[in-house]
Design a protein around this ligand. Structure first.
Ligand code: GLU
Length: 418
């Protein structure tokens, strides 16, 4: 029996079984690698603006402690439950290990629709969530970051709350902070930049010229909007975008700068255009060269996978593709998959740079951040594609296997105490 349940956790478990079989991991070691070390559940009470008190459920799952502190985002979303948070924490472990970062994976979240909160309520929820987590986190224990529904401002409130408790400023307790409070230049753009850097590596591998190629991006939050912007900068025509309020498609190409300006003003894509309005269920299966799911988990199932008409699937979101879809994609060699734990790793890589800079109080130029980011992503990309080719496995299997192997090796060398 386990407390971790639900479709997202099932997906992380199924993926792990595939890797464990491929790596021939002894059966008695598998649970030790898969199940999280710790799961914390807290009740988070806040005063609503109308004077009532409301209690939200908050979680933090720390997957393994074998390589260093745990690392991962905090999600404010209606979908959040312990199974989803655990799956996301497990994926963070494989992602950090693949990139060579000295971290285990973690993830946290609060079950809430952040759009239903006023700014004051959001601040109260953020501060109280962090306050409840103080006994369980620390710069050398567990370092939080943004995820869906949270942003730089929330990270600044987390950092301030922790610092007030400690009686000194502890910038290294969270990453993804505003630059004005110890954040690093380049962190906000890092995930989208990484997605596009790797999509360009994929394009090179299949001889696709980015200039004039087409792309569809699902999700227009921090990851999706930067991805669309960076694609447009490279001459890629962005023909489709969506968020939870609107879906837009124009085969002649959308004006990404105008989309960004609209979202900066109104918060979402809603109201951008009526002519370009499109069926969100049909967006992912439109013909394009580069498809970037950058929103939720499990949007590409077996049915969607068989209808995809892209040449590159660059997974900006965590877990957008189900194990069923992976079976379909294994038969569709014409689609080049950049798996999530590689594709969106730019975010946590630059989070690592932020943590290092905060610990040293020595800050880098943006050019240095970007150059080091590209170096780490290129190394991981080469390792994944080489391994997939050598063993004739999917790029997801190769990527996860490299991550799982590193965690397994650390556990094996450290031994089992006592
Ligand atoms: N939430 C992001 C992710 O899923 C970033 C985590 C981090 O920067 O620690 O990778």
């Amino acid at each position: 029996m386990t407390i971790y349940q639900g479709p997202v956790f099932d997906m992380a478990r199924q993926q792990f079984q595939v890797i464990a079989d491929y790596l021939d991991i002894a059966h008695d070691q598998r649970e030790r690698l898969l199940y999280p070390k710790r799961a914390i559940t807290v009740s988070v009470p806040i005063h609503r603006d109308d004077g009532t008190t409301e209690v939200f459920q908050g979680y933090r799952v720390q997957h393994h402690l074998s390589l260093g502190p745990t690392k991962g985002g905090t999600r404010f979303a209606k979908s959040v439950d312990i199974g989803e948070v655990a799956a996301l924490a497990i994926w963070m472990s494989w992602k950090c290990a693949l990139a060579g970062l000295p971290y285990g994976g973690a993830k946290g979240g609060v079950t809430v629709d952040p759009a239903s909160l006023s700014l004051r309520e959001l601040e109260a929820l953020s501060r109280r969530y962090m306050q409840e987590m103080i006994p369980f986190v620390g710069p050398h224990t567990d370092v939080m970051a943004p995820d869906m529904g949270t942003n730089e401002q929330v990270m600044a409130w987390f950092m301030d709350t922790y610092s007030v408790y400690r009686g000194e400023t502890v910038t290294e307790i969270v990453t993804g902070k505003p630059v004005a409070t110890g954040g690093t230049v380049g962190r906000r753009e890092a995930t989208g930049r990484g997605v596009v850097h790797l999509a360009m590596r994929a394009a090179e591998s299949i001889d696709l010229n980015p200039s004039g190629a087409s792309a569809i991006v699902q999700g227009f939050g921090n990851v999706g909007s930067v991805t669309a912007t960076e694609l447009a900068l490279r001459g890629v025509k962005v023909i489709g975008v969506s968020d939870h309020t609107a879906c837009l498609y124009d085969s002649a190409g959308l004006d990404v700068a105008k989309l960004n300006a609209h979202v900066a003003k109104h918060g979402t894509l809603a109201g951008f255009s009526t002519e370009a309005a499109f069926d969100p269920h049909a967006l992912l299966t439109q013909k394009c060269d580069i498809l970037v799911p950058a929103a939720m988990e499990r949007v590409i199932d077996g049915g969607v996978a068989s209808q995809l008409q892209c040449r590159i699937l660059a997974e900006g979101a965590n877990g957008p593709t189900t194990p069923d879809a992976d079976l379909v994609l294994a038969e569709r060699q014409e689609i080049f998959v950049v798996p999530d734990i590689l594709c969106n790793a730019g975010g946590v890589v630059v989070s690592y740079f932020e943590w290092v800079q905060d610990l040293q109080q020595l800050f880098w130029e943006e050019s240095e951040v970007n150059a080091r980011l590209a170096q780490i992503l290129d190394r991981a990309f080469t390792q994944v594609t080489t391994r997939a080719h050598r063993d004739n496995v999917s790029q997801r299997t190769a990527a996860m296997a490299i991550g799982v192997e590193k965690v397994a090796a650390a556990k094996e060398k450290r031994g089992l105490f006592p």
